[in-house]
Design a protein around this ligand. Structure first.
Ligand code: HEM
Length: 224
């Protein structure tokens, strides 16, 4: 019993260890840094929400469908974790029609990857979900910087970056224990880790595209 519990718990450790350096790269990326410093124009922030909307809509439509037949996904993925409604609310607040969003090149590629995995290996989508659910830990901190940078009030335009408010820590603990309680075979674990890594890579590419379009060129940033 003790042994199986240790093996089951290892999935969260495995995901964390396999993605730690990618996490740190993303956190230290130019787009993210400028966003936290309040130097991305509002238009760039809104565009990032539109791109994330496309990603979450695809991922979560599959997860919501697949969980009816997949006990592990059903046990882990809760309605409140679905980020599409938060993104819709934020885009509505800024007067941007979510349905009109056009994917960047990297997002179009990632959407195709999500759709492929939903057919070939549905459990991998849980690895993608892990990345976004985990990202709420840092997003909460970014949301305070965004509120100041764009003079936003309350949670207006910030639902995606702070979806859980005071429940952030509780919900993250719940996600981790629900994952730990599932039994995944080695192929499933590898599929989730690969998908989590691909998700970080996709977010990094999206951030690069957004920085190119909305960021302050590095040469200018150095003299500001
Ligand atoms: C300013 C940017 C960011 C900061 C300051 C930040 C900070 C953090 C912190 C402090 C944790 C640890 C929470 C805990 O275990 O109690 C964490 C976890 C995590 N973050 Fe970030 N983060 C940032 C950006 C991102 C981004 C862009 C993503 C992905 C889209 C991401 C994905 C994750 C994931 C998956 C975890 C869970 C790691 C685990 O398994 O324990 N983070 N982050």
């Amino acid at each position: 019993m003790q042994q199986s519990r240790i093996v089951e718990d290892a999935i969260m450790l495995e995901l964390k260890n396999a993605t730690q350096s990618l996490h740190d790269d993303t956190e230290a990326g130019h787009f993210n840094k400028e966003l936290v410093m309040g130097r991305i124009p509002l238009e760039g922030y809104i565009e990032s929400l539109a791109q994330l909307f496309l990603i979450h809509r695809a991922l979560e439509t599959h997860l919501a469908r697949i969980r009816t037949d997949n006990p592990a996904i059903r046990a882990v993925v809760q309605d409140y974790q679905l980020q599409e409604p938060y993104l819709r609310a934020d885009l509505d607040f800024f007067g941007r029609n979510p349905e009109a969003a056009i994917p960047t090149a990297s997002v179009a590629e990632f959407l195709a990857h999500i759709n492929r995995l939903a057919v070939d290996c549905p459990i991998s989508l849980l690895g993608m979900h892990y990345v976004f659910e985990g990202s709420n830990n840092g997003s909460k901190y970014i949301s305070n910087a965004l509120r100041r940078a764009y003079s936003l009030e309350g949670n207006n335009g910030l639902n995606y970056f702070d979806p859980y408010g005071d429940k952030q820590r509780e919900y993250w603990q719940a996600f981790k224990s629900d994952m730990a309680l599932q039994t995944f075979n080695p192929n499933e674990r590898k599929a989730m880790v690969d998908a989590a890594r691909a998700t970080f890579a996709a977010v990094k590419r999206l951030h690069e595209e957004l920085f190119e379009r909305f960021g302050t060129p590095i040469s200018q940033a150095a003299v500001i």
